[in-house]
Design a protein around this ligand. Structure first.
Ligand code: RFL
Ligand code: PHB
Length: 403
């Protein structure tokens, strides 16, 4: 509830202010709500915009467990597609990495849009305070405590809090409160991008296919029994206008081809190009300010880790904030180190999968391109023939423990 303490500014106090109502911000709200800890979420986009974003598709088993513990898994239990493995492919040969058999774990294919919708619906039921469409969102400090200022419908607001959590994605504003020499991100830019489409056609595969082809990476994922999600590697400066639907299907047919298998085509309902970058800050905490999810780190999508890392951070920070409220500030003091230790393991896996499955761009000399392509073929053939290598992929793909 807001009170008008000064002439122009609606002021409000809460325990935890959260900037960003993506999956990280809304999930943290649920962790706090479950512990009776008051919070306010401030989001600069509209509710419809946030709901409309098509992004990740795979939930690790540990992410499913986090959602289930909070009673947020009804939708994914009903409509999520449980996958016991993935298919890796090179030069028309496809092999199965059987997660269930190798590590006794599975993943669940359930679109981020559905996760987002489920989190929003559950907040509606709780009556949580989530402000959509806030303008000029500006985090700062007032008398040593965090404050989030914003305008809504032309009126100025200020939310004062004991803790501020930046769940505002890679381009968020919360990071600005951490001095640059402490934030100090490490980064890698990739010489490749993904053109992704949604198509109204039943998936041509029971499990996700990741393929290395001389023309570049291709992938077959899905959203439901009637909707396929497909990707092809393109150059980072490629324009979506230059990719007609026919050109996209041609590229997918070529790169995913194996004898005796056919890719079903259907109407493309959405297409976009996403550049690939890795970035990790050096600290996820500064005083009473904490970062979760993409605000602290991003990965290329090849390992399906972006959303899952956000969920892991939130599980760790939520527990730590709850412990602090109960008088134990130990877990909060170690949150950044624990989150970053896990995140660097995730980073190297995402980089490994990306390097494994993509071909170098045209700036690389022809002999080196050929070397790198053949070396990746060698790596894929090694994985195909080694239980040890497959076990490692399975362990990492299905998700590391959250501690
Ligand atoms: P999000 O989802 O970016 O949410 C951040 C929220 O903060 C809001 N925000 C602000 N609000 C107030 N004031 C400001 N100044 C604000 N600045 C930003 C934003 O509007 C947004 O609502 O981060 P979060 O919650 O940490 O969740 C992370 C995941 O969304 C992300 O890791 C994945 O979606 C990454 N990702 C993918 N991951 C995969 O595993 N597989 C994929 O196929 C995949 N595709 C993608 C992706 C990320 C993309 N982005 C961010 C460009 C495709 C795209 C296009
Ligand atoms: C997706 O379904 O969008 C998806 C799945 C696996 C990935 C990346 C994206 O590695």
């Amino acid at each position: 509830m807001s009170t008008k303490e000064t002439a122009d500014v609606h002021q409000q106090r809460t325990r935890v202010a959260i900037i960003g109502a993506g999956p990280a911000g809304l999930l943290l709200g649920h962790v706090l709500a479950a512990r009776g800890i008051p919070f306010v979420v401030v989001e600069h986009r509209s509710r419809e915009h946030v709901l409309g974003r098509v992004r990740a598709g795979v939930l690790e088993q540990s992410s499913v467990d986090v959602l289930a513990q909070l009673g947020l898994a009804d939708g994914l239990r009903a409509d999520g597609l449980v996958h016991g493995g993935i298919l890796l492919q090179h030069e028309s040969e496809r092999f199965h990495v059987d997660f269930e058999e190798l590590v006794g774990r599975t993943v669940t294919v359930y679109g981020q849009q559905r996760v987002q919708a489920d989190l929003m619906a559950a907040h509606d039921t709780l009556g949580s305070e989530i402000v959509y469409g806030a303008a000029e969102v500006s985090p700062g400090h007032l008398d040593g405590r965090p404050v989030v200022r914003f305008t809504l419908d032309g009126e100025q607001h200020a939310v004062e809090a004991d803790f501020l959590v930046g769940a505002d994605g890679f381009h968020g504003v919360t990071k600005s409160l951490i001095p640059a020499d402490l934030l100090a991100p490490s980064e890698r830019e990739y010489d490749a991008a993904w053109l992704g489409v949604l198509a109204d056609v039943p998936p041509s595969t029971d499990e996700l296919i990741y393929a290395l082809h001389r023309d570049g990476f291709a992938m077959h994922s899905m959203r439901s029994p009637s909707v396929s999600r497909l990707y092809v590697q393109v150059a980072p400066d490629e324009r979506i206008e230059d990719w007609s639907d026919d050109r996209i299907w041609d590229a997918l047919d070529t790169r995913l081809a194996v004898p005796g298998w056919r890719l079903q085509h259907g109407p493309i309902t959405e297409k976009s190009i996403t550049r690939m970058r890795s970035s990790v800050v050096s600290t996820m905490a500064h005083g009473r300010v904490f970062l979760v999810g993409d605000a602290g780190h991003i990965v290329p999508p090849t390992g399906a880790k972006g959303l899952n890392s956000a969920i892991a951070d939130v599980a760790m920070l939520g527990e730590a904030l709850a412990a602090e409220s109960a008088g134990d500030d130990g877990p909060l003091a170690t949150y950044s180190d624990r989150a970053l230790e896990r995140q660097w393991k995730v980073q190297q896996f995402s980089e490994y999968m990306t390097d494994l499955l993509h071909v170098p761009g045209s700036a690389v000399p022809a002999e080196e391109r050929e070397f790198r392509y053949r070396s990746r073929l060698g790596r894929l053939r090694y994985i195909g023939g080694s239980r040890f290598a497959q076990q490692s992929v399975a362990e990492q793909y299905t998700g590391l423990a959250i501690r």
